[in-house]
Design a protein around this ligand. Structure first.
Ligand code: CAA
Length: 286
């Protein structure tokens, strides 16, 4: 089976741009697909900014930044991903959008042996696989934000993913991207979000109940448990819209009240207070 050399990434948001960056830094040729020119421009500057930060922090040389940058191309058409060996979908956490993207990717790659992976945090891989004619080549490949910094990739085979695809993607994640992988069953939230999201929701319920101020809750976990950041700042960084989407998927799967989005989270999302990406969440970023 051919080595994975050409990678496609669907979506250049927070996660997609980070995924494109780590692939390009690993020497892979990357094509990033976005829905329109302004989304392409936003993704381009996000990747550029992160590569620049990598140089400032001494993580990569200026030459490596140039090489990584040269490895990345952009398109507004999923059909342009037809020649890819691996496509990693990182579109919005919305089942309808992701299902449509998988249907289109399936057409684009045709009868090739390309792997179609999803960076979903909580949508069943089996549902995405069912939108294609190639479920044996579909797998979950879940990265963590910030992608260039955090080492983990969760690999999530569906009931129909072939053992060969699992091995191919495991080798790729470790040998080519230099990540550590863990394997999880195709259950909403997989391992990390199944533990993390109820914790974030508990912190939001604490704010709602007036138990403590956001800063005090966060300082409690940073100073008392040595977490790198507190749950409310982390929720802001992940995006409150995304936290709510993951909570909704997990609630639909488990019917566990700990996974139910509290009203404060719902209202903040309704109001466009999506955290760092919108400039305001539990903290202000303007
Ligand atoms: N490229 C490479 N390295 C970079 C970089 C870049 N663009 N930007 C920063 N770094 C490196 C820095 O050099 C530094 O490395 P050292 O520790 O070796 O010096 C490290 O990353 C930390 O960077 P900073 O000093 O800029 O920032 P910080 O110390 O304040 O840490 C943080 C910031 C990495 C975000 C840290 O607070 C953290 O890890 N927070 C928790 C993040 C987390 O839990 N993420 C998971 C979210 S859940 C998710 O993503 C999944 C989902 O589905 C919701």
């Amino acid at each position: 089976m051919a080595e994975i050399e050409r990678v496609g990434v669907v979506g250049a948001g927070l996660m997609g741009s980070g995924i494109a960056e780590v692939n390009a830094r690993a020497g892979l040729r990357v094509t990033v697909a976005e829905v329109g020119d302004s989304a392409v421009e936003a993704g381009r500057s996000r990747i550029r900014g992160s590569l620049d930060r990598g140089v400032e922090r001494g993580k990569i040389s200026a030459d490596d930044r140039g090489a990584a940058w040269d490895n990345i191309g952009f398109t507004t058409s999923l059909a342009d991903l037809g020649d890819r060996d691996l496509v990693i979908e990182a579109a919005a956490e919305d089942e309808d959008i992701k299902t449509r993207v998988f249907g289109e990717l399936d057409e684009a790659v045709g009868g090739s042996e390309a792997v179609l992976a999803s960076n979903t945090s909580s949508i069943p891989i089996a549902k995405l696989a069912a939108a294609t004619q190639r479920p044996q080549h579909v797998i979950g490949m879940h990265f963590f934000n910030p992608v260039p910094v955090l080492k983990l990739v969760e690999l999530v085979p569906s009931l129909l993913t072939s053992a060969e695809t699992v091995q191919r993607v495991t080798d790729f994640a470790t040998d080519r991207l230099g990540k550590e992988s863990i394997r999880a069953q195709d259950r909403s939230g997989f391992v990390v979000n199944a533990l993390l999201v109820p914790y974030l929701l508990s912190a939001i319920r604490m704010v709602e109940a007036g138990t403590a101020a956001a800063e005090d809750i966060d300082n409690g976990m940073v100073l008392g448990c040595a977490h790198p950041m507190g749950p409310l700042r982390l929720a802001d960084m992940v995006g409150l819209d995304t936290v709510k989407a993951i909570a909704d998927s997990m609630y639909a799967e488990y019917k566990d009240p700990n996974c139910a989005a509290p009203p404060l989270l719902q209202r903040m999302v309704d109001a466009g207070l999506w955290g760092k990406k919108s400039g305001q969440g539990f903290y202000s970023y303007t």
